[in-house]
Ligand binder design. Structure first.
Ligand SMILES: Nc1ncnc2c1ncn2[C@@H]1O[C@H](COP(=O)(O)OP(=O)(O)OP(=O)(O)O)[C@@H](O)[C@H]1O
Ligand SMILES: [Mg+2]
Length: 301
């Protein structure tokens, strides 16, 4: 009897174990499926973005050129009018319709208009530069640049050069910790990867209200290296997690974030045949880990 009991207990335990394994496998499967769906969605957004970027690029080109010429012309017009105004004294009472000129000037508020026209053009140029940056970001998200130079690079050097431009802006409120591992040279476009590191560091810094800590870790596993940027900031709510790589998804106030940093980073890492993993809990910070193959197939072909 006790023998049967023992066997029963044993098989129950085995059943429980295989049940637990099944559950874990199920969770992994669901995660893989949602990652696949996200990758597919982002790939189609990428195609759309590339099309939009291409279409917008052309009008931006000529508006930009015209704006430059227009500014030069307006500068000359203003100079010419100033010369005419200076000559007004010498004209005296010749048969010129001073009255109608004065009325015209008053009606258009000439003094204001004269001062406003160049700042207006400058502001338009700034707006256009912003559109240009967005289009460039959409392009980075969508495709590789033929001019990119792929070569073996020291990832730590990339991180350090990114830090040298970025760190001074936030060092007064963030503590930086580095936990670097040993890394082999990675075949990549380092300038592009630096953009990824910068975007991750910027997000980390922006997630921290007041004082905080940003930790950069690196490591290597078989033929891949990883770079991790972790912060102890506000974290990401679970419902936002599936959207953070979407172009234009942002939780930041208008003017603070365009929602392009992670989309661009995703595109760049994808071009390197790598991937980005995220772990985050609201209130407990976020950790972004970028995995990169040491020698990606793009560079080999
Ligand atoms: N380290 C982080 N901690 C908390 N939330 C984050 C972090 N990184 C990204 N996020 C969330 O993901 C969103 C998208 O990030 P992304 O970098 O793409 O855009 P952004 O930072 O809002 O704007 P941009 O990068 O264009 O200036 C952020 O608005 C924020 O909600
Ligand atoms: Mg960002």
């Amino acid at each position: 009897m006790s023998q049967t009991n023992f066997k029963l207990k044993q098989s129950t335990r085995q059943l429980e174990q295989s049940n637990a394994h099944l559950k874990a496998a199920n969770i992994r499967l669901a995660q893989a499926q949602s990652q696949l769906l996200q990758a597919e969605r982002l790939a189609s957004i990428g195609l759309l973005s590339a099309g939009v970027a291409h279409e917008i690029n052309n009008p931006i080109g000529f508006v930009n050129a015209n704006l430059g010429t227009l500014k030069t012309y307006v500068g000359h017009f203003l100079e010419l009018i100033a010369a005419y105004e200076a000559a007004e004294h010498f004209v005296g009472n010749t048969p010129i319709k001073w009255n109608s000129i004065t009325v015209l000037k008053n009606r258009m508020d000439w003094p204001y208009m004269k001062d406003d026209v160049l700042p207006l053009l400058d502001e338009s140029q700034e707006g256009l530069d912003r559109v240009k940056r967005i289009v460039r970001a959409l392009n980075d998200f969508a495709r590789t640049d033929a001019a990119d130079v792929w070569q073996p690079e020291d990832i730590h050097q990339g991180i350090e050069s990114t830090l040298s431009v970025f760190w001074s802006q936030i060092k007064h409120r963030c503590e930086l910790r580095k936990e670097y591992g040993e890394l082999p040279a990675v075949t990549c476009v380092l300038s592009k990867l630096n953009q990824v590191f910068l975007n991750l560091l910027q997000n980390a810094a922006q997630s921290i209200e007041g004082q905080g800590v940003i930790t950069i870790r690196t490591g290597c596993q078989s033929d891949e290296v990883w770079v991790e940027v972790a912060d102890n900031g506000q974290g990401i709510v679970p419902t936002d997690l599936p959207h953070i790589f979407d172009p234009f998804f942002t939780t930041k106030p208008v003017g603070k974030g365009a929602g392009l940093g992670l989309a661009v980073s995703y595109g760049i890492v994808q071009q390197h045949h790598g991937r980005i993993e995220v772990k985050s809990e609201p209130g407990r910070g976020a950790t972004f880990r970028v995995w990169l193959p040491v020698s990606p197939p793009t560079a080999r072909s």
